[in-house]
Design a binder for this molecule. Structure first.
Ligand SMILES: [Zn+2]
Ligand SMILES: [Zn+2]
Length: 228
C-alpha cells in the first residue's frame, strides 16, 4: 500500500474509529473471584464499568503505568493504586475477554500503547520485517526455554513455545541496550515491569545456538545507544 495512504489511515484511526471502543471483559480478582463488566477505551483513558461499583474505575492514560498483553484474550493493566495488604505494591487489574468478545486486535493494542507512551509488555511474538535472526536459548535461573530471536529495524521478537517468555519489543519504546560477552551469548535489556518495578531494566539472557553476526551486533548496539 502507498505510504501516504497508510499514514492517513493511521491518523484517521487514532483520531476517529477507536474514539470509544468497548470490550466485554471479566476482571480476575487476586487471588480468587471475578466480576464482569465493560472496558471502554477512549482518547481520554480507560474506564472499567461494572454494575456492583466496587471495582468501577476510571483511569486517565497518565494514571496507567503499563499494560501486559499475555495473550490475544488476556491482559493486565498496572495502575499506581497502592495495595495496603501487599505493602503498598501497585495494583494490577487482570482482564480476560469474554467468550463472545473478539480477540484483542493489533490495532487496539497499538492504540493503547500509543496513548500510554510508555514501555509495555507484549507476549505475542510477531515477525515484522526481519534483518537478522538467530536460534537461541533463553536462560532462566534454572534451565531455560528454546526459540528464535528476530531482529528488524523497529522490532526485536523472541519466538518460543514457552508462551510466557515470548516477546515483541519495540526498539525505541521497550529496549534499553544489548550486550554480548562473546559470540555465543547475548543479553537484551528492556524496560519491563519486574521485581524492581521500572527502577531497573530487566535482563533477558540468551545462549546462542549459532555465532552472533558481529557486524549486525555492532550496528544494533550503536543504533540503540543513539535511541533508535
Ligand atoms: Zn472486580
Ligand atoms: Zn524463557
Amino acid at each position: 500500500m502507498n505510504k501516504w495512504i497508510v499514514s492517513l489511515a493511521l491518523v484517521f484511526w487514532v483520531n476517529g474509529w477507536l474514539a470509544a471502543e468497548t470490550l466485554k471483559v471479566r476482571h480476575d480478582h487476586n487471588p480468587w473471584g471475578k466480576c464482569e463488566g465493560e472496558l471502554v477505551l477512549s482518547q481520554e483513558g480507560v474506564e472499567y464499568r461494572q454494575d456492583e461499583d466496587k471495582h468501577h474505575r476510571k483511569w486517565r492514560w497518565v494514571d496507567i503505568q503499563s499494560i501486559d498483553r499475555k495473550s490475544s484474550s488476556r491482559f493486565s493493566i498496572l495502575t499506581y493504586e497502592d495495595q495496603r495488604w501487599l505493602f503498598g505494591a501497585d495494583r494490577h487489574f487482570n482482564f480476560t475477554l469474554l467468550p463472545d468478545q473478539e480477540p484483542l486486535s493489533e490495532e487496539t493494542f497499538q492504540f493503547i500503547s500509543a496513548h500510554l507512551g510508555k514501555p509495555v509488555t507484549d507476549r505475542i511474538a510477531k515477525r515484522a520485517q526481519t534483518d537478522y535472526q538467530v536460534a537461541a536459548k533463553h536462560l532462566h535461573t534454572f534451565g531455560g526455554c528454546e526459540g528464535t530471536l528476530y531482529f528488524g529495524p523497529e522490532w526485536i521478537s523472541y519466538e518460543t513455545d514457552h508462551a510466557q517468555d515470548a516477546r515483541t519489543w519495540k526498539r525505541d519504546r521497550d529496549v534499553d541496550s544489548v550486550w554480548s560477552l562473546n559470540r555465543y551469548q547475548l543479553e537484551i535489556h528492556v524496560f519491563e515491569e519486574n521485581k524492581r518495578s521500572f527502577d531497573k531494566t530487566r535482563r533477558f539472557r540468551f545462549q546462542l545456538k549459532e555465532p552472533l553476526n558481529e557486524d549486525y551486533y555492532d550496528e544494533l548496539r550503536r543504533q540503540l545507544l543513539h535511541g533508535r
